[in-house]
Design a protein around this ligand. Structure first.
Ligand code: ADP
Length: 243
């Protein structure tokens, strides 16, 4: 197994946000995590990306336990990238410059000044622009993009960093139906070689992208299976899909 969560528990002052969660994700898989609000979905992503340290348990990446490592280390050494719920871009820089900073591996424009642009960089940036449907918007400032386009820009910034694993927290939130569908296609094509972990609510979108869906409820795994299996599971319908 490529990424294996083993008996993960997070205790926030006596409240078990995640309790004894174990799951395995294959390399190249797109795994969707669903569940009611407060189920522990974001806390699981927080642990995988180093923001929250598990109270107990292991996170094995190719057999190496990364649980409790710093988020900087997890992203830079272990290649796990994260897209947060809201867009997180540099407002004063164009679409192209945002991608350039991300590709440089630096985290600010100031650091990026020292970065020398090469032909290979230009080619890669053009490729990413096309992958995220923003070729025509390359010189625009992010505030002139639609909400969905800003989310795509951030997905492009993650792609520029070339992580092996990408975590996406509600990538389709606030998007139009058309943008949501295009985001699903983007995940299926552009991220097909990546291992992708997605927290989502939109069931049509989940059906579009997921091979396996893990359903969390009150910090524990309630069900796991294909979209068809979980969407017909009586317990899942009772605690989640009916609400
Ligand atoms: P989800 O993403 O499924 O909506 P979360 O993982 O954000 O759920 O949260 C799971 C539970 O843990 C919620 O009840 C939330 O209030 C609680 N929680 C999350 N972070 C903290 C924290 N830092 N301190 C205390 N409780 C927290």
């Amino acid at each position: 197994m490529y990424l294996e969560l083993k008996h993960l528990t997070v205790d926030f002052n006596g409240f078990l946000a995640v309790h004894d969660v174990s799951l395995g994700i294959e390399k190249g898989e797109t795994r969707v995590i669903i569940g009611p609000n407060g189920a522990g979905k974001t806390t699981i992503i927080d642990m995988i990306t180093g923001k929250t340290k598990p109270t107990q348990g292991e996170i094995l990446l190719n057999g190496v336990n990364i649980a409790g490592k710093e988020s900087y280390d997890i992203s830079n050494t272990y290649g796990i990238g994260r897209k947060f719920q809201g867009p997180n871009v540099f407002d004063e820089m164009s679409v192209y410059e945002n991608l350039e900073v991300a590709l440089s591996g630096h985290t600010s424009l100031w650091q990026a000044f020292t970065y020398r642009r090469t032909r290979a960089v230009d080619v890669r940036l053009e490729e990413i622009l096309s992958q995220i449907n923003l070729t025509e918007q390359r010189d625009m400032l992010p505030r002139f993009l639609s909400h969905g386009q800003r989310q795509w820009l951030e997905m492009g910034m993650i792609l520029a960093q070339n992580p092996a694993i990408i975590t996406l927290d509600e990538p389709a939130a606030g998007m139009t139906d058309d943008e949501t569908f295009k985001t699903g296609e983007m995940i299926k094509s552009v991220m097909k070689d990546k291992t992708v972990i997605v927290v989502e609510h939109d069931m049509d979108f989940i059906k579009q992208i997921a091979k396996t869906v893990t359903v969390l409820n009150q910090g524990e795994i309630l069900a796991e299976g294909t979209y068809e299996e979980v969407s017909h599971n009586a317990e899942v319908i009772r605690v989640y899909l009916k609400t």
